[in-house]
Design a protein around this ligand. Structure first.
Ligand SMILES: [Zn+2]
Length: 266
């Protein structure tokens, strides 16, 4: 048997390597480029990097935040995404059985890519949101424990209903807010992302995710307003807050809900 700390270390390393792949996805998916070919290029000068040069997390610090080829400043987001993916996966490994760990790792990877693209472009590609809904419903059928069920059909129905409730209610909020403000207040992409979260995590996660993401969004929003003296109503990406709230649900929110909500709340 491999001791737990060593296993967690392996999962962390795997997460860091996965994170460096997610960085490539964030850069290339919005441009319609292939995510596997060509191999990593320098974001600044476009020169191809020899395999193994871009060591996850540590590489950034070893190179003191500069590209080896041309000395351009590297975006600190690269090591952040790598360290974030690695830490999230290590924590999920400790909390969940292997089957659920694999599904949640996939979900977290998708959420990180969606957040990165939302921050850069203020849109989330349908491939990630609608794709997430399809993946969540399919995985619920294949692994009913994802929905806390034993019967595949039960789990699939629960996942599909949760996606519909999640997407539908946020869509309604977005439409109402846009109508009241007479401009687009919230992207429909956010409603699709919440639908994907519903498909994976079930409807009981939704009050937590909506409350926590709104709270984080408000705090960050006030911070940005103070710092940049921006006008109210500037469109801000909401996807990263939904993603962060979903991660917090996986890391502890779900357990709190089980502890403090009535038993028939499922
Ligand atoms: Zn370069």
């Amino acid at each position: 048997m491999i001791p737990t700390p060593l296993l967690v270390f392996f999962v962390f390393i795997f997460g860091a390597i996965l994170g460096s792949f997610l960085n490539v996805c964030i850069l290339r998916i919005p441009l319609g480029q292939s995510i596997v070919n060509p191999p990593s290029r320098c974001a600044a000068c476009g020169r191809q990097l020899p395999l193994g040069v871009n060591l996850p997390i540590l590489g950034y610090f070893l190179l003191r935040g500069r590209a080896r080829c041309c000395g351009a400043h590297l975006d600190p987001r690269y090591p952040l995404v790598e360290a974030g993916t690695a830490s999230a996966l290590a924590a999920l490994w400790l909390l969940y059985p292997p089957e659920l760990f694999a599904i949640y790792a996939l979900l977290v990877a998708g959420l990180i890519v969606a957040s990165g693209i939302d921050l850069d472009y203020l849109v989330i590609p349908d491939a990630l949101t609608i794709g997430g809904v399809v993946a969540g419903i399919s995985l619920s059928y294949l692994f009913p424990s994802l929905q806390g069920k034993e019967d595949p059909a039960d789990a699939m129905i629960r996942s599909a209903l949760s996606a519909t409730v999640a997407g539908g209610s946020l869509w309604l909020v977005a439409r109402t807010a846009s109508w009241l403000l007479q401009k687009e207040a919230m992207g429909i992409g956010d409603a699709k992302l919440l639908a994907a979260l519903g498909a994976f995590l079930g409807w009981q996660s939704l009050p937590f995710i909506v409350a926590i993401s709104s709270l984080i969004g408000t705090i960050v929003g006030i911070g940005i307003l103070k710092k940049r003296k921006q006008k109210l109503g500037v469109k801000v990406p909401f996807g990263p807050y939904l993603a962060l709230a979903a991660l917090l649900w996986l890391l502890g929110g779900a357990r709190l809900a089980v502890k403090y909500l009535p038993n028939n709340f499922s």
